[in-house]
Design a protein around this ligand. Sequence first.
Ligand code: PMP
Length: 373
Amino acid sequence: TLPWQRERLPAAIAGLRAYDPGHDLVAWRRRFPGLLAELGSNETAIGPSPAALDAARSALASVYRYPDPLGGDLKRALSRLHGVDSDRIVLGNGSHELLMQLAQAFVPRDGTIVHSQYGFAVFAIAAAAVGAHAVCVPALPEDHASAPFGHDLDAMAAACEADTRLLYLANPNNPTGTWFELPALQHLLATVPASTLVVVDEAYGEFQPDARSASAMNLLAAHPNLVVTRTFSKAYALAGLRVGYALGHPDAMAVLERLRESFNVNGIALAAAEAALADESHLQKVLAHNERERERLARGFTAMGLRVWPSRTNFLLVGFSSSQRSAQIEGRLCERAVIVRPMVGYGLGQCLRISVGSTHENDRLLAALEESL
Ligand code: PMP
């Protein structure tokens, strides 16, 4: 038998499915050149700060050299922004990489990871990749007042046992758009064993109305077992450059530093991310556009008789009468050069996840949806 034959693979790896981006976008772009409204990946269509693009262009001149292995300048900028010491920060090639490394670093084979139904897909992939036992806690019900389909923090805390190594939460969560308040997280942190690492994925953290006070970063000093992850892919609109970061106890971050690949964040990405952080006015522009357009889309979907769940992100979860109906509508949108994300893989087949696009893309989406219904 060859090493990659099923019977030779570790069981967890054999059972793993590749991360599914939903569509073959390259094929769709070829079919609708320059036309495609890409609303399936929660990107920020109005794009990054012009200063970030300038910095990326300047950094091109140095591509023959390895970048700063520690990303010192970016870490210092993040340290100033968040008011934490640099030794509490590690950089990743996207926050996806960090979410995986956290499992790799802190969860042994057959260790236990707790996550949530309808939680971000990478949590289950990370558990499988390290051969961990994943406990998936049922989400809050669909008609829950404040967080329909959201994480049930009390049940998640109760699912943690003395030997639970890691618990993943996303705030706000993808694909549900739901969020929880800090007191609920504080309660969870007071309940779970101190030996359980609590990872709060804040990929959409900047979109929260009181982003600073809503962040789990406020609890880092009091809880050494807390790690917060962030990304430049969403509100900073640098998804293609792959930069994320984790914040946590210096000793935990030192373990990640040992584990990460050398030069995991490239020099163009480091320069662009640093410049993006410095352009606060562009961030505010993105956030204002997102909120305005998200509410316009939500009103439009509701007027068409569709179910829309509350969201503090740059996307909306939209419900149809059945899985068949949502699949049919999704197909019709594709034919009209509008890409959205099917939710079958998440067990939410009756829903589509639709990212907030540019004003023009959103106009096209609303028109295409109206025709498709
Ligand atoms: N967390 C959540 C909740 C996400 O939705 C995403 C991107 N889809 C990520 C993490 C990963 O983002 P990135 O690797 O681009 O930082």
